[in-house]
Design a protein around this ligand. Structure first.
Ligand code: GAR
Length: 409
């Protein structure tokens, strides 16, 4: 389910139309998770509260962005939002933004045409037809690609108020929820919150909506030796192999078993701590106990964190050993959700020190379709640095998996 943030300024009847559409199933591919108003007196805020939707007042673009970054929507919907958004905002948001406008664009739109003013201009011009338009938002006010339109006859005795009401009832509230649904259907939920350059190595553990367990492990690399690796299946485990023979190079940090099955448990890590956990648990030890005997990698100046996870029948755990300390996280399985942890927070210029992953493992959406999930993840890793990806969906002993390697064996 995609996350929708709605920006409002006024009465919020279009917001209400979306809420109603969610109730009656017309809007089913996305869920309104946040309402943001630039006007603290907007009745739209009350509508959000009445429907149990979190709401916030944010007046400047910077304030709106900080709410957006906190909730990370997949789409932003403007429902009677009376402020023109800047290019900086649109770029920073990084997700599709769509707007409803109460006229047939390209007529009666752009700067100065909002709310009742649109209908006043329509009546003044003498046109006999008006309507509403849903469109993508770009840096040109009301200038983005059109998604849907619906027209309506102007009646001889219309006032701006009656025309506004009729356009809303007959056009806006009809096409807006349908357009939001159609856009949501086209959006792939993002695994990474922002396009990312270099996450290093990463693990996802969790469950698909149907209750199957899901894991993924990826490696990215910047150096030639780090890129010269492939994943290979070895029984039910996963191993890494080098694709070139380099006598001068110590492969101990890049050759390991990223995934080992131990009875009903699966251990996934970015180093030889897979074996530390495996050996400890085989003799009655624990995931945490095993990892407490280890620390981050000795690869100065980065001191790459060691990330690890275990999937057990009843829950999944993740851990990161970094210079700041040793961290452990434990989760119940939640259908459709997983957790993502990776080694580096973001990329740095060549020669810089790579910053370790910060914060808690991030929640990610997991679909039922393994191929779709694997493809999105592979795509989001980007062509520059991705090296290999392994995804497994399983239920008891049976599993399906998918493996990608950038290099040939
Ligand atoms: C609606 O008619 C909407 O199309 C329009 O303002 C009204 C808000 O009503 N939007 C614009 O003019 C945007 N430029 P609402 O708050 O009841 O949805």
């Amino acid at each position: 389910m995609l996350k929708i943030a709605v920006l409002v300024s006024g009465g919020g009847t279009n917001l209400q139309a979306l809420i109603d559409a969610q109730r009656n199933g017309i809007l089913s591919s996305g869920k309104i998770i946040q309402v943001i108003s630039n006007n603290e007196n907007a009745y739209a805020l009350m509508r959000a509260t009445n429907s149990g939707i979190p709401s916030a007042v944010a007046k400047t673009e910077a304030e709106i962005i900080s709410v957006i970054e906190g909730v990370r929507p997949d789409i932003i919907v403007l429902a009677g939002f009376m402020k023109i958004l800047t290019k900086e905002f649109i770029d920073r948001a990084g997700v599709p933004i769509i707007n409803i406008h109460p006229s047939l664009i390209p007529s009666f739109c752009g700067k100065g045409y909002y709310g009742l003013k649109v209908h006043e201009a329509v009546l003044k011009s003498g046109v006999k037809v008006t309507g509403a338009t849903v469109h993508y938002v770009n840096e040109i006010p009301d200038g983005g690609e059109i998604i849907a339109q619906k027209s309506l006859d102007v009646l001889p005795n219309d006032t701006p108020e009656t025309l506004q009401r009729r356009v809303m009832e007959n056009c806006e509230w009809v096409i807006f929820p349908r357009a939001v649904e159609s856009v949501c259907r086209k959006i792939e939920p993002k695994i990474f919150p922002k396009p990312q350059k270099y996450a290093g190595r990463g693990i996802i553990t969790g469950m698909n909506p149907s209750g199957g367990k899901v894991l993924a492990y990826f490696i990215m690399g910047r150096s030639v030796s780090s890129k010269a690796r492939i994943f290979e299946r070895s029984g039910n485990d996963l191993i890494i192999k080098l694709t070139r023979d380099d006598k001068n190079f110590d492969p101990s940090l890049i050759l390991y078993s990223p995934l080992r099955v131990l009875g009903e448990n699966i251990i996934i890590t970015n180093g030889d701590q897979t074996d530390t956990i495996f050996d400890a648990m085989k003799t009655g030890g624990t995931f945490e106990g095993a990892l407490r005997t280890r620390e981050y990698e000795p690869d100065a100046p980065h001191y790459t964190p060691r990330i690890s996870a275990i999937m057990t029948p009843s829950g999944h755990k993740q851990s990161i050993l970094k210079r700041a300390g040793k961290y452990f996280y434990e989760y119940d399985y939640t259908p459709g959700k997983g957790r993502l942890i990776h080694t580096y927070n973001h990329d740095v210029m060549a020669g810089g020190v790579l910053p370790s992953f910060e914060g808690e493992p991030r929640e990610v959406n997991i679909p039922d379709d393994m191929n779709r999930f694997a493809e999105s993840l592979w795509r989001e890793l980007g062509e520059d640095y991705r090296v290999a990806l392994y995804v497994r969906y399983y239920d008891g002993d049976t599993y399906t998996d998918k493996l990608y390697n950038t290099q040939e064996a």
